[in-house]
Design a protein around this ligand. Sequence first.
Ligand SMILES: [Zn+2]
Length: 371
Amino acid sequence: MKTGLVWDERYMWYDFGSYASVFNDYRFIQPGTQPETPESKRRILNLLETAGLLEQLKLIKPACVSNEELALVHDLDYINRVAEISADHGGYAGSGLLMPSGGFELAALAAGGTKAAIDAVLNKEVSNAYALVRPPGHHAEKDTGMALCVFSNIAVAVKSAMQEHGLRKVAIIDWDAHHGNGTESAFYSDPSVLTLSIHQDQMIYGRGFVEHNGEGDGEGYNLNIPLPPGSGTGAYLTAFERIIIPAVTQFGPDLIVVASGLDAGFSDPTARMLLHSESFRLMTRYTMELAANVCSGNLVLSHEGGYDPTMTPFLALAIFEELSGLKSRITKEDNPFEGPYTGFIVEEHQKLSEQQDQFLQRAENMLRFIT
Ligand SMILES: [Zn+2]
């Protein structure tokens, strides 16, 4: 079976409007553009084609999720507000979140793309799948959009798929550099979904702390793994070995979904982590092995952040090579972000520093809650 790719040109049409980097208050800052432009995503598709991989993937076309599916996660008031703003020439749908005219349908199509990828995997149409969706979703809360996210793509798709496919348990691994606050909120008291987020410490104000580990019946089923800025391959792979793999194995899900933000790449403008193509290749390999061991290989990745338009496609290429088992015509030597360019990163950050080890020990202590 082939690896599935969810893609729709309309994902590129969501326009976040005028910003200056992540700011949209122009009293003392010159207006400009947002890091979250279509470019880094469109270039992923283009590099897959250039590399000779695109034609070997199975294209999956998405459909919008219904309002009933959105309501599995979001308040009706919020859904209606977004629909009204979208129908009425656009406006703000949350803190700094510009909703263009027609944005409601595009956001519902992004959640629908994640759902389509899950359906294709569970229906055995593909071996695994990557939903290259936009706008992203993992910061959207129940009652508000946040940080470029309108609807919680993965949470909506997972809740809908659990009903339709009769899944008992799902594990969500968020490797975006920013904490997956919206996904955490959606399942915070739900023991049937294990949410894990590995992220740069304190990048989302007041969220993502180790101590935030779920509540009520869901206590223990939310694992935050904050890491200090400057963490690289060594810290991330150790987090997999010591926390993510044991937690998911113990939990025993029917499906693993990855919130695949690529903004922990070393040249990303919105974070300060030091991953590169080979880091994402190894994290994908670890996750595939984990899925093979616990849930018959049922694995879906849904795109989140990743804002350097030149580097991000090479990070994604490594993920797609690993998912599909195919080698592209672009070798490691051809990758401008490997070799001498990353020499200092690869050597210095293969090992775990003392500070990173202390961070991981605190997260590791929370494993005791999972039964
Ligand atoms: Zn991010």
